[in-house]
Design a protein around this ligand. Structure first.
Ligand code: MRU
Length: 330
């Protein structure tokens, strides 16, 4: 398995190669690969590595080995539902096989299907959302919901790319997204590389930019959208939504079907808390005194009343979300 090392961007575009599921679990935990759809497919690939390496001669033994890797991969990051969906899809496919060979082939086929679906789903979602963008608009985003976070064009950035393809002039306002700087490092990398107009701002400039009328809409990705319409996404998304409401700016999360969790309401979702190192240091360099207590929630939860509409590969979902999500997404 070969993928971009996202921790090295934008300084170096390098690829890492993995042969064992434990390496993939480590890569997800340390954010070598990150972004909800990307970690879903990466975890599925981790299971494919487990299947490929297995010397089991009975399907039940192979299943045990794959399930052990699934447990390891499930424990890496708790918030993005795509991770768990990706793992379950592979396990279900493998469980329906009656020989070891059949099970291994089923696992490989499922991973391939997930990869291809993600590309297609991003494209469809992009087209659905592009109609919401007018020529000349400035779109505020958060974190990186682009090609690096998916297999295809991205979700939020997939919408921007589709609008650009339609010939619209679009500018993206990119908050740096402390502490891991996915905006400054990854979204900026993608947009500069694709020659899409963009401006980097500090996270603290978001309110000011909105108050000056310099944001036409907000488009962000999502790690999980519960059936009651709460949107879990990178920390900082909630404050963008509150500010958008204050300034009459539409707020659109963009997410594929695999990001919806129709089994849960918002109060039972775990928000990942990451280590203090990310906050007390910037790219390895200490900026805060030793011993300072730190809180580092990696995601936040935006309530449905702050969401204008959700852009999905199945179309736009409008309020009331509690009714329309189960109806349109099931
Ligand atoms: O911690 P990260 O970088 O994995 O967080 C990523 C995000 O919050 C993205 O917005 C989300 O996963 C959607 S990516 C299409």
């Amino acid at each position: 398995m070969r993928m971009i090392d996202q921790t090295a961007l934008p300084a170096r575009l390098t690829y890492v190669k993995y042969t064992r599921p434990e390496q993939v679990a480590d890569a997800i935990r340390t954010m070598v690969v990150r972004g909800a759809p990307a970690i879903g497919v990466a975890a599925a690939m981790g299971l494919a590595l487990a299947a490929a390496r297995s010397k089991a001669t009975r399907p039940a033994d192979l299943m045990k080995e794959i399930e052990a890797s699934a447990t390891l991969l499930r424990g890496t990051r708790p918030t993005a539902v795509n991770l768990f969906c990706g793992i379950d899809r592979v396990l279900n496919r493998a469980a329906s096989a009656s020989t070891v060979r059949e099970a291994k082939n089923a696992v490989f086929a499922e991973v391939k299907a997930m990869e291809e679906e993600d590309v297609e789903v991003n494209r469809r979602l992009g087209r659905m959302g592009a109609d919401l963008i007018d020529n000349g608009d400035t779109v505020l985003t958060q974190c990186n919901a682009g090609a690096l976070a998916t297999v295809g064009d991205g979700t939020a950035l997939g919408v921007v790319r589709a609008a650009v393809e339609q010939g619209k002039l679009v500018k993206v306002l990119v908050p740096e997204t402390r502490p891991a700087l996915q905006g400054a490092r990854l979204t900026a990398f993608e947009l500069v590389r694709d020659k899409i107009a963009c401006t980097l701002i500090s996270d603290t400039a978001v309110g000011h930019m909105m108050s000056q009328g310099r944001v036409d809409c907000v488009i962000v990705g999502a790690d999980r959208i519960t059936k009651d319409g709460y949107v879990f996404n990178k920390i900082g998304t909630y404050q963008e939504a509150v500010l958008a409401k204050r300034h009459g700016v539409p707020f659109y999360p963009a997410a594929p079907r695999s990001t919806f969790d129709l089994d849960r309401t918002h109060d039972s979702v775990t928000i990942e808390e990451r280590g203090a190192e990310e906050v007390v240091k910037i790219r390895g360099r200490r900026i805060a005194p030793r011993g300072i207590p730190v809180a580092n929630p990696a995601f936040d939860k935006t309530p449905p009343e702050l969401v204008t509409a959700i852009i999905t590969d199945r179309g736009l979902v409008w309020p009331p979300f509690g009714e329309n999500i189960p109806r349109l997404i099931a």
